[in-house]
Design a protein around this ligand. Structure first.
Ligand code: ADE
Length: 352
């Protein structure tokens, strides 16, 4: 049984290892859980990370101890929650999934810690958003498997230590740098999830298509993979949109031509960039002559919040080498100017 605590502090129970993220509805949960890999063999990509995790799991099993606490960080959609559920499945353990914004009050985190059984995995998404009080409750729980509590009033105030079963915390964050030092130090394993290669995404698409009975050939899957910006969540979303297009406008089969036509309609270009990505790059080129320009200025001009740009758009643009971070703000690279044919005015020219 898995416990999921949502942002309204409602606790939902689902079948074992039906993992969800806070963005998903309960309908999506049961639907999506079919396509989520449950074992390391089914999980495509993150090869080095999987090898390391397999060794840690094997060692924990042999030592008959719970796995060390693990921190996963990296851009959204790369499979942090899915991987935590795979680990639980491989450890034959139960997983409880929650996210930091649902753990606002001390009793939220205490409640969930007290509900754990030996060997359980507790998954906390967006762990960098945990407040100070909840973090401080978590320290002794992670380190010594105890809850430090106080009882009584002023003069009769007493501290008590309540033991809790040995568990493994898996934290996930898009912002490793925003985690407090003491919290980060309590994770035995810290791993970054990488963007997926086109070939890996092609395999994810073929696997999802076969589970959902979507007919797709090799080149159709590759065309979708190329435009999925290194992210399996996007690949899985696009394959469903391309299927819809294909059913309505064609014979339901996804080949390269159908995939490209559908993706053009969705305004995803051959670099995998959507409207917001392109607007962001055009803005730096045209309004700020290639930059540097501050993140806040960009966010205001785009009508997006800073966090969305930082967490959702920027990581892929940085990874692809289109923009760079400088102390004075974001800057276009020469590579971006070449790819998108931006003509910047150099300093010399702008004097005349
Ligand atoms: N669906 C989403 N992520 C996946 C992955 N890493 N492997 C297989 N299927 C997936």
């Amino acid at each position: 049984m898995t416990i999921i605590s949502d942002d309204n502090n409602n606790i939902h129970r689902t079948a074992k290892n039906e993992d969800v993220t806070s963005e998903e509805t309960s309908f999506d949960m049961s639907f999506e859980s079919n396509i989520r890999p449950k074992t390391f063999d089914e999980y495509i990509g993150q090869t080095n990370l999987k090898s390391t995790l397999k060794i840690s799991i094997e060692a924990a099993r042999k030592r008959e101890l719970p796995l060390d606490h693990i921190l996963f960080y990296g851009p959204p959609g790369l499979g942090k929650t899915t991987l935590a559920a795979v680990i639980a499945n491989e450890m034959n353990a139960e997983i409880k999934i929650t996210s930091a914004p649902s753990l606002e009050r001390p009793r939220d985190i205490i409640g969930i810690l007290m509900s754990l059984k030996a060997g359980d995995i507790l998954f906390i998404d967006e762990i960098h958003r945990l407040n100070k009080i909840s973090e401080e409750i978590l320290y002794p729980a992670m380190e010594d498997f105890v809850l430090d509590m106080t009882t009584g009033k002023s003069q009769t105030l007493k501290s008590i230590r309540i033991p809790i079963p040995k568990f493994t915390l898996i934290g996930a964050t898009t912002k490793a740098g925003a985690l407090s030092g003491p919290l980060r130090d309590r994770f035995g394993l810290i791993h970054r999830l990488e963007f997926y290669s086109v070939n890996e995404l092609k395999d994810v698409i073929k696997r999802t298509a076969s589970i959902l009975d979507i007919p797709v050939d090799e080149n159709g899957a590759k065309a979708i993979a190329v435009r999925s910006r290194g992210t399996p969540r996007i690949a899985n979303r696009l394959v469903k949109r391309v299927r819809d297009y294909s059913i309505v406008k064609s014979d339901g089969f996804i080949d390269e031509t159908t995939a490209n036509k559908a993706l053009d309609i969705l305004q995803i270009d051959k670099f995998g960039l959507d409207n917001t990505d392109r607007t962001l790059l055009n803005l730096i080129a045209e309004k700020y002559n290639g930059g540097p320009v501050g993140l806040e200025t960009l966010a205001t001009a785009l009508g997006e919040d800073v966090k969305t740009i930082e967490d959702v758009y920027e990581p892929y643009l940085l990874q692809q080498g289109y923009i760079q971070r400088t102390p004075r703000g974001r800057k276009l690279t020469d590579f971006a100017c070449k790819c998108f044919n931006f003509k910047l005015i150099n300093a010399q020219q702008s004097l005349f």
